[in-house]
Structures are given as C-alpha cells and as structure tokens.
Design a protein around this ligand. Structure first.
Ligand code: XMP
Ligand code: MG
Length: 179
C-alpha cells in the first residue's frame, strides 16, 4: 500500500490516478453530449478544483469558456459570523449555461453559497460538476449533475485537495490512515 506523510500524518492511496482519469473522462463524455451547442461557461472554484478543471477541459470537444473564482472569507462588521463572498468573476454570466467546477462536495454549504451568489447575475441555468462527492455528508437540494467519483466521508488529499496547504500536487487521491 502506497503511503505518504504530510505534516506528520500518514495517508494511504484511496483512488489511483488511472481511476481518477476514468472518472473525469466519464464526466467529459456526458458534458460533451449534454451541453453541445450551449457554449457553456465553466467556473473553476480555486484553489482545489484547478487540476480537475485542467484535465476535464482537455477532454471536451465542444465550444466552451473557462473562468476562475475564489471564495474569500471575511468577518462582517455588523454580524459576528463568517461571511464568504465570490471574488474574481470576470465573465458575464447573464443568460449563460454555467457549470460550476468543484473539487469536492461535502456538506454542500460551499456549493450553496456559490449557487446563491451566481444566481444574482441571472444565468440561464447552473450545472454542477464535481470531482468528488461525499453522498453520506451531502444534505442539500442542489442537484449534482456530474460527479466523477463518489467517496466515503473521510478526509482526502491529493489531485488538487490539500492538507494544510500541502498535497495538492499528488496525482493520486489519498485518505488519512487510521492507526
Ligand atoms: P462543504 O462541506 O462546504 O465542503 O461541501 C466543501 C469544501 O470543504 C473542503 N473539503 C475538503 N478538503 N479534503 C480536503 O482537502 C476533504 O476531504 C474535504 N472535504 C471538504 C473543500 O475545500 C471543499 O471545497
Ligand atoms: Mg482545503
């Protein structure tokens, strides 16, 4: 079993790169047939989705655009809670078929925040494509149109996902080892 250490924690391979590529190819094939002629605008959610977005768009044969956003947190001056805002949206999404590209959908809170803020710009439709989906954790109503791989409710790292900044460059996906 392939093992690595990140920040003194042990991780083992959960999904080897070939299986990841098969999952990404599956999503690309579905998008190629379902979104042909719609000139979709892909919106990659940084940082985690950058490798997924890169591999996915290379497998697409339809006319499309890609843009990048980030969720920035700040503490509001009037409310005590943490507020997340979308930054970096530089394309007009009005009337467009928009596809959000996420690294992982866990509880769905992040996705819900993004969909809410994107809706404000009145796209024609919003689709969601995620590399990983944790079905046991996901408790929202937003349909996940494309999920490359379903994963257990464990902490994962690699292929864009980080553990405290490290591990995004790994080509396989690893799970925190229990010992
Ligand atoms: P929610 O709960 O909002 O979570 O759907 C989505 C965001 O949380 C991060 N996340 C992870 N990051 N390994 C990671 O490296 C994981 O297993 C994991 N689960 C959730 C991620 O940033 C994602 O966008
Ligand atoms: Mg992270």
């Amino acid at each position: 079993m392939k093992e690595i250490i990140i920040h003194n924690k042990k991780f083992t391979v959960l999904i080897p790169s070939e299986k990841i590529q098969d999952g990404v190819t599956g999503v690309a094939e579905k998008i190629n047939s379902e979104l042909k002629g719609k000139q979709p605008l892909f919106i990659c959610v940084l940082n985690g989705a950058f490798i997924f977005a890169s591999d996915l768009v290379k497998k697409l044969n339809i006319e499309c655009e890609i843009s990048f956003i980030k969720l920035a947190s700040y503490i509001g001056t009037t409310s005590s809670g943490e507020v997340k805002t979308l930054i970096g949206l530089d394309k007009n999404v009005h009337g467009r078929t928009v596809v959000i590209l996420e690294d992982i959908v866990d509880t769905g809170l992040t996705l819900e925040t993004i969909v809410k803020q994107l809706s404000f710009f009145e796209p024609k439709e919003i689709k969601v494509a995620t590399l990983l989906l944790k079905p046991e954790a996901y408790k929202r109503d937003i349909p996940i149109d494309y999920a490359a791989l379903k994963v257990p409710n464990d902490f994962l790292v690699g292929y864009g996902l980080d553990y405290d900044g490290l591990g995004r460059n790994l080509e396989d996906i690893y799970v925190l080892a229990v010992d």
